[in-house]
Each structure stands twice: as C-alpha cells, then as structure tokens.
Design a protein around this ligand. Structure first.
Ligand code: PMP
Length: 289
C-alpha cells in the first residue's frame, strides 16, 4: 500500500514526495535525521529523539523548519495517516535546495520529510542464539572532525564498516576510535558485562548518544546493576562475560562471537536476557521507567 509522507507542511502521497537533485542533503549529505520506534501506536521516547534532532541541527547550523511541538504533531499525524501500530519513523531534515557549491547558506529553506512504515527487525532466532560481529578496520570518525553525537545524513564512515561486516558474513561490525578504544557498532551502541558489572564506552569515545542506550542504563540501575562508563579496548571485548548492542531497531541484542572468538559461554548471558526483557516490556508500556 502506498504510504502518506509528511513533506514540509503536510501529508502527500508517496509518489508526490519528491526532493530536488539540488538539495544539499543529497549533494553533500548535509542534514540530520532520527529513527524512532512506534509501539502500540505510541511514539517511543519522543522527547529524547526530538531533543537529539534539535541538538544535531544546532551543531551544524541547520535551521529547523518547525518548532518542537509542531514537529511532534507532524510525526503523530504521519503515524496516524499510515495506521502504524508497531513500526518505525524516519524523520529527515536536509539543508534544502541550493546552488552546486558547498556553501550551505545558498540553501534558503531546510526540507523536512517524515516516513512512518513497518520495521525490518533481525530474525527472532538471532536474539535467541546471539549475533556474531567483527572488529572493523575502518576507524570511527575523529570526534573533532565529524562529531559522532551529530546524527547527520553522512553515514559513509558507518557504511564502510558495515561493508566489512557483510563481507565477513556477519551483520554488524564494532568500530574503534582513532586511539583504538571501542566507539560503537555501525548502527548500535556497545555494552559488555564482566563480573556482573556492566561497562559502556563513554559517548566521547565516538558514539552517538543512543536513546536506547540511555533507557537501558536507566533500567539496569533500577535493577540494582552496577554500570561503569569507561574506555574499552578490543581485549576487553574478547575477555568479557557478556556482550550486547542497543539501538532503536535492534532494541537489545546479545553478541556471542567477535573476530571468531567466543564471548563467555557462547550463549546470550543472563544480564543481557534480563535487560532485553525489561526493555521489551518498558517499550510496550508494560513496565514503569
Ligand atoms: N549509533 C549509531 C551510529 C546509530 O545510527 C544509532 C541509531 N541507529 C545508534 C548508535 C543507536 O541509537 P538509538 O538507540 O538512539 O537508536
């Protein structure tokens, strides 16, 4: 079924949702975006996503086409128009139409579009058995070059690492920063468990400040689990007891192998299972924050 897409000021048919070839979002990857889940018709962590979107836009001096409240209304209207109960919202703001040069200030108006659709999840079996990953040789963007906190339309760094993963027949790659510390996966944040303590790389190590990451940290603390933010090395990943990734699409997913090495017992561990279950229930309104 054709979708209704939010384009700038209102909903249009999918076939009419067109963007100019002179849009700098396309010409230069100049823009920002968010990926947001819808559970039972409700937009998940709407405030956190909208905050990150506005911060990303501010960081790259991109004028937002709508104020926050109107943006949320637009998302809700798009979800409703497509009767999305459990799905995914992709909200994109581009620099807009300009001349062929790099100068972003030739673009007079930012473009906004919002897609609400079904979501492609990892198969259930992967959650049960756990995922295999590799270490990418592609170094994560230097935080002083392209700040990884900015969720920009320029994902080539992540795509190059994703290609390495797919070439190795695994779904994800772990990216390390310029100093060799763990940054994140190509589209997910990294967590490990060792001696019942959870370790997460700080966002300064070069990761996006994941909305799922923040929720999982909150849920873990509520369970009385100790969480430590610290720089992690490849060796820390090799010797940990449990390893999992968090992200909007994946939620919480266990990792059981990295670079051909088995993590812990080679099965999804108990802390990972607990947090996956807690997150699953919280997202679906069955668990208090
Ligand atoms: N890192 C990157 C590079 C991402 O693109 C994402 C989102 N897919 C994440 C981490 C996870 O963030 P969130 O939990 O907000 O989806």
């Amino acid at each position: 079924m054709a979708l209704k897409i939010w384009l700038d000021k209102g909903l249009v048919d999918e076939a009419d949702a067109r963007i100019s070839v002179f849009d700098h979002g396309l010409l230069y990857g100049d823009g920002v975006f968010e990926g947001i889940r819808v559970y039972g018709g409700r937009i998940f962590e709407s405030e956190a996503h909208v905050r990150r979107l506005f911060e990303s836009a501010r960081a790259i001096r991109l004028p937002m086409p709508l104020p926050r409240a109107e943006l949320v209304d637009a998302m809700e209207a798009t979800v409703k128009a497509n009767a999305v109960q459990d799905g995914y919202i992709r909200l994109v703001v581009t620099r807009g139409v300009g001349t062929l040069g790099l100068n972003p200030f030739t673009c007079k108006r930012s473009n906004l579009f919002i897609i609400a659709d079904k979501i492609q999840l990892y198969p259930e079996e992967l959650y049960e058995k756990g995922m295999k990953v590799i270490s990418a040789t592609t170094v994560r963007n230097h935080p002083l070059a392209i700040p990884p906190q900015v969720k920009s339309l320029n994902y080539l760094n992540n795509i190059l690492a994703k290609i390495e993963a797919l070439d190795s027949n695994v779904p994800e790659a772990i990216m390390y920063n310029h100093e060799g510390y763990v940054a994140e996966a190509t589209g997910d944040n990294v967590f490990i468990v060792r001696n019942n303590v959870i370790y997460v790389p700080p966002v300064e190590a070069g990761s996006l400040e994941g909305v799922t990451r923040a929720v999982v940290i909150r849920l873990a603390r509520k369970e009385g689990l100790e969480i430590v933010e610290k720089n992690l090395t490849r060796c820390d990943l090799y010797v940990c007891d449990e390893f999992f990734l968090t992200g909007t699409a994946a939620e919480v997913i266990g990792v059981v192998q990295i670079d051909g090495r088995t993590i812990g017992t080679g099965t999804v561990g108990s802390v990972t299972r607990l947090l996956r279950e807690k997150f699953y229930r919280y997202a679906r309104g069955q668990e208090q924050p």
